[in-house]
Ligand binder design. Sequence first.
Ligand code: SAM
Ligand code: SF4
Length: 327
Amino acid sequence: MGSLIDGFGRRFPYLRLSVIEACNFRCSYCLPNGYQTVPDAKMPLQIDEISRLLRAFAAVGMSKVRITGGEPTLRKDLPDIIAAAAAVPGIGKIAMTSNGCVLKRQSRIWRDAGLTHLNLSVDTLDAAAFHTITGHDRLSDILEGIESLLDDGFDTLKINAVMLRGLNDDQLPAWLEYLRTRPLGIRFIELMQTGTNRAYFERHHYRAEALEQQLLASAWQLQPSVADAGPARVYRHPDYKGSIGVIAPYSKDFCAGCNRLRVTAAGDLRLCLFGNTGIPLRHYLGSDADNGALQSALISQLGLKAIGHRLHEGETGLVPHLASIGG
Ligand code: SAM
Ligand code: SF4
């Protein structure tokens, strides 16, 4: 069997697997009215299906999986999903992205099940702005959960913050103070336009380059990019324990470093976050006997992956919001 490599020579060691579309938050850029059930919604993949999917991906070169959603911690069987990933030979990194709503209560359980990396979405350190953006008053709880993970020596923790003009663009000094003593990475993500947030995007889009100029002016230094590190441009400063990554999907070379594929909660392959291509995989997941056919399908699908997204032209592909595909 071959391995996951596309027509432009890019390799894909990284899978982002959505395990649920639903979410309990109402982030204003993602699900401003909260998650709405759709009448013909497909059931998310079950544990056996997830195991088979991960085994097929690992057999053709995937070594890192990120569990995401929607909000993955709404799945009661999340520890089993993590353990199923940990049991697959060849997967060395098991990551998750969460809004942190049950971080304090559950992080020990996730780690015991095999979670190795955790990204938490915290768009601001200001409690009132956090409430405005997410619809929930949970900031202090989440920050306490982060503190206890750090005290425990968990050093593969990152914070995701979407940059939003007029809502959190005054937060850089607070974040820098936060990073002075904490050994974690914050990822500032440029707001992406999706199928449902066009007016919001026009109001709140904040360019990543504007933030990067502020970092350079404060003597933060851009680090050389590392092979297979993904799309973030990473900055460090000798006086700070933490680091800063900037994710700029509208920048020129963003897609050149693409190393990831996505699978939706119901088991549809997505070759690009904003593409129109991808096939259902669920029919391969009912029995172990179909695993070889699934591997062949993955390899041949990669031949269809485009060189880059067309977000600049407002082309948002199949994605109504990032909760539907796992961000
Ligand atoms: N619910 C989890 C969370 O919020 O961390 C995981 C799913 S969420 C869709 C994954 C990431 O996508 C989050 O960090 C979120 O802030 C980010 N995100 C959602 N919509 C976005 C958008 N339109 N542009 C940029 N980032 C977005
Ligand atoms: Fe939910 Fe995450 Fe979307 Fe916020 S960004 S609404 S937490 S899926």
